[in-house]
Design a protein around this ligand. Structure first.
Ligand code: S3P
Length: 422
């Protein structure tokens, strides 16, 4: 579906982003295997998190929507028909950790984009734990997971991936012996927090996470914070457009996610954290953001992993900044929902904006102007939303083709954008 985006002078008002996608997946999966009911308020509305719920239902989990909340009755899983993870890498990778330990065989796959995404990163550690997993060409979805009794593992992550870490820890819940995951580069820690909240014995010290065997998880109530990665599009819109003043309400500020705010501040962004509170181990706050002069910056090393989902929209900000943006150590961008480096290069080119691509990153020179264009996000939600923000800064209306991709994480994105654009 093509979406026309007209230029705007600013964004103004109050925005409440949808529930955090990462946290929603984890709480749904843990709720499904915990004793008793788990009640989730502000569960993510995007298609990815609905894919997780659909897979859990197919596994026999009772899930109800009550007063806008999701109520999950935990218990034993049963052998499912084919599981469809849709576009969701988190669903297939994290759920595989649970499926690998069940006393049955599961088949799990997804759409065309998911079918191209690397799965060896989970097959390797799960196999070391004793699982038997078959994959297309040995490494791509669909997966056939033959459940087995698993052993704990001491595993050093070869890629900085919270999905892989979570997969191994979820498998560890069912394993004989403790499970240790070592992270050379820190990634989001929602799984560690969630496991602790559900009652597991888990400890995390300087990148070494130890999960003690024999955890008994108990269902719980949780308010899901708003998704900072979804809010990032509006943060950048506000910084980029000259007449902006925006309040972003109830957004997650977990320190393993909020590097975005530090990075923006280091480039001169005017963002105030108005009020911070805590819900089940996760921080939530309100942000006030105003138009700012952005200097430019470099994203590399551990920072790349911390900002990985925000890089597409930061590329847009970088092009309009004083000195531009350099991104390094970001080969992972090439194996997201699409090759995001290639998608940025192609679509920025359509807008008359230069990006020099490298195998594991890119450089976007600063002081560039966006020209109206027709954008092809290649089915990638974050590319569709990032270029919608670029289009606000162009001199004439642009068209975002396949705009429905945004619904993967943020179905309300375009209506919210229309509401706040001036
Ligand atoms: C996620 C981890 C990241 C991120 C994805 C969500 C998670 O992926 O890009 O959007 O919820 O754990 P990787 O684990 O592949 O880095």
């Amino acid at each position: 579906m093509p979406e026309k985006i007209s230029p705007a002078r600013g964004v103004e008002g109050v925005v409440t982003p949808p529930g955090d996608k990462s946290i929603s997946h984890r709480y749904a999966m843990l709720g499904a295997i915990a004793e008793g009911a788990t009640i989730l308020e502000n569960y993510a509305t995007g298609a990815d998190c609905q894919s997780t719920l659909a897979c859990l239902s197919a596994l026999g989990v009772k899930i109800e929507r009550r007063d806008g909340k999701i109520v999950i009755e935990g218990g034993e899983l049963r052998e499912p028909p084919r599981l469809d993870a849709g576009n969701s890498g988190s669903t297939i990778r994290m759920l595989s950790g649970i499926l690998a330990a069940q006393p049955f065989t599961s088949h799990i796959g997804g759409d065309e984009s998911l079918s191209r995404r690397p799965m060896l990163r989970i097959i390797a550690p799960l196999s070391q734990m004793g699982a038997w997993i078959e994959a297309r060409d040995g490494k791509f979805p669909p997966l056939t997971i033959h459940g087995r009794a698993l052993q704990g593992i001491d595993y050093t992550l070869p890629v900085a991936s919270a999905q892989v870490k979570s997969c191994v820890l979820f498998a560890g819940l069912f394993a004989k012996g403790d499970t240790i995951v070592r992270e050379p580069v820190r990634t989001r820690d929602h799984t560690e927090i969630a496991l602790r909240e559900f009652g597991a014995d888990i400890e995390s010290v300087r990148g070494v996470i130890t999960l003690r065997a024999g955890a008994r998880l108990r269902g719980r109530s949780q308010i899901i914070p708003g998704d900072l990665s979804s809010a990032a599009f509006f943060l950048v819109a506000a910084l980029l457009l000259p007449e902006s003043d925006l309040l972003i309400h109830a957004v997650g500020l977990n320190p393993t996610r909020s590097a975005l705010l530090d990075f923006l501040a280091s480039m001169g962004a005017s963002i105030k954290v108005v009020e911070v509170r805590q819900t089940g181990g996760e921080l939530i706050g309100d942000l006030r953001v105003r138009s700012s002069k952005i200097s430019g910056g470099v994203i590399e090393g551990a920072m790349t992993a911390a900002l990985i989902d925000e890089i597409p929209v930061l590329a847009i900000l970088g092009a309009a900044s004083e000195h531009g943006l350099i991104v390094r150590d970001a080969a992972e961008l090439r194996v997201k929902e699409t090759d995001r480096i290639a998608a940025l290069e192609k679509n920025l080119g359509r807008m008359g904006v230069r990006l020099e691509a490298a195998p594991d990153g890119f450089t976007v020179p600063g002081k560039q102007r966006f020209h109206a264009a027709e954008i092809d996000p290649e089915g990638d939600h974050r590319i569709a939303m990032a270029f919608s923000i670029a289009a606000l800064a162009a001199e004439a209306p642009s068209i975002i083709h396949g705009s429905e991709a945004a619904a993967v994480s943020f179905p309300e994105f375009f209506s919210t954008l229309r509401h706040i654009s001036r």
